[in-house]
Write a protein that binds this ligand. Structure first.
Ligand SMILES: N[C@@H](CCC[C@H](N)C(=O)O)C(=O)O
Length: 289
């Protein structure tokens, strides 16, 4: 009988993840294995994978081990690596709580985008200190078919292009990554958010994620959108001295984003574990390489 590897499945506003607990970093997860696990027909299915490793056991996280016991080794559904995942970090924290590694309250999670402070509230929502946005200078354009829009370049640890559009349907079927220019703006690819207004400090988005395609939500994307919208609205907290809170509707739910006068961004939203099971280790091993 072949060995089994535990997995769980979870989502945050329907951005869904395969969760692989591996405290000692003993499981080989090459891009081919990640892509197969995230495959919605031949695998478990997910927009991405959360490899749960002790920071001390992962070469990319060792230096953060004193601050954060656990490292979110995040992978996109196509097997590529990303710096950060906002919905993923909430689901990651929910998993740690469920597994009994942490209780309700505050914890720190190491990510490739640095250590993130997470608060697991009594009501079930999870708040994450997402750090500060960077807004690289320069014009960016994104397009879909015949239409194109100027976009705001916002970096939340990972890259985003935020385009305000008249109608979310103008983003089309988003089956392919929307072309952008200049190519030099995003040498490693980009997550593209299309945004419409819903009301005062209330917007809605659709997103095409690098390495995953169109998803039902993107936490870093929602933060990028809140920042870009605050700048557009003349509500930059660094200038006004007042926090700016935006409600961001995504196809899979709602996230609430607050930017503080010092630039720190907080994101609050749900995180749910829906299943757990076992992966056939022989099948997984056959995918390596
Ligand atoms: N869904 C995530 C973002 C995941 C990474 C992204 N696709 C990238 O490659 O940068 C989120 O919730 O932030």
């Amino acid at each position: 009988m072949s060995t089994r590897i535990a997995f769980l499945k979870g989502h945050g506003t329907e951005n869904d993840f395969v969760i692989v607990p591996d405290p000692e970093n003993a499981i080989d997860l090459p891009p081919s294995a990640v892509a197969a696990l995230c495959d919605r027909r031949a695998g478990i299915g997910g927009d991405g994978l959360l490899h749960v490793v002790r920071s001390a056991a992962h070469p990319e996280a060792k230096e953060m081990a004193a601050e954060a016991e656990w490292f979110m080794d995040y992978r996109n559904g196509d097997g590529s690596i990303a710096e950060m995942c906002g919905n993923g970090v909430r689901v990651f924290a929910r998993y740690l709580q469920r597994a009994g590694h942490v209780g309700e309250g505050d914890l720190a999670v190491a990510t490739r985008g640095g250590v993130k402070r997470v608060h697991l509230a009594k009501d079930g929502d999870v708040t994450v200190g997402m750090g500060k946005a960077r807004l690289p200078e320069g014009e960016v354009t994104v397009s879909v078919g015949e239409r194109s829009w100027p976009a705001r370049n916002v970096n939340m640890g990972n890259p985003h292009a935020v385009a305000f559009v008249e109608d979310l349907a103008h983003a089309g079927d988003l089956l392919a990554p929307p072309p952008f220019s200049p190519a030099s703006a995003y040498p490693d690819g980009v997550n593209v958010e299309f945004v419409v207004d819903r009301g005062p400090r209330h917007v809605a988005l659709r997103v095409h994620e690098r390495g995953a395609g169109e998803t039902r939500s993107c936490g870093t994307g929602a933060c990028a959108v809140a920042v870009a919208t605050a700048r557009r609205d003349g509500a930059d907290p660094a200038v006004t001295g007042t926090p700016a809170t935006y409600t961001v509707d995504v196809p899979g739910g709602t996230l609430v984003i607050t930017e503080l006068p010092d630039g720190e961004i907080e994101m609050t939203g749900p995180a749910v574990i829906v299943a757990e099971g076992e992966i056939d280790a022989d099948w997984l091993a056959s995918l390596a390489g």
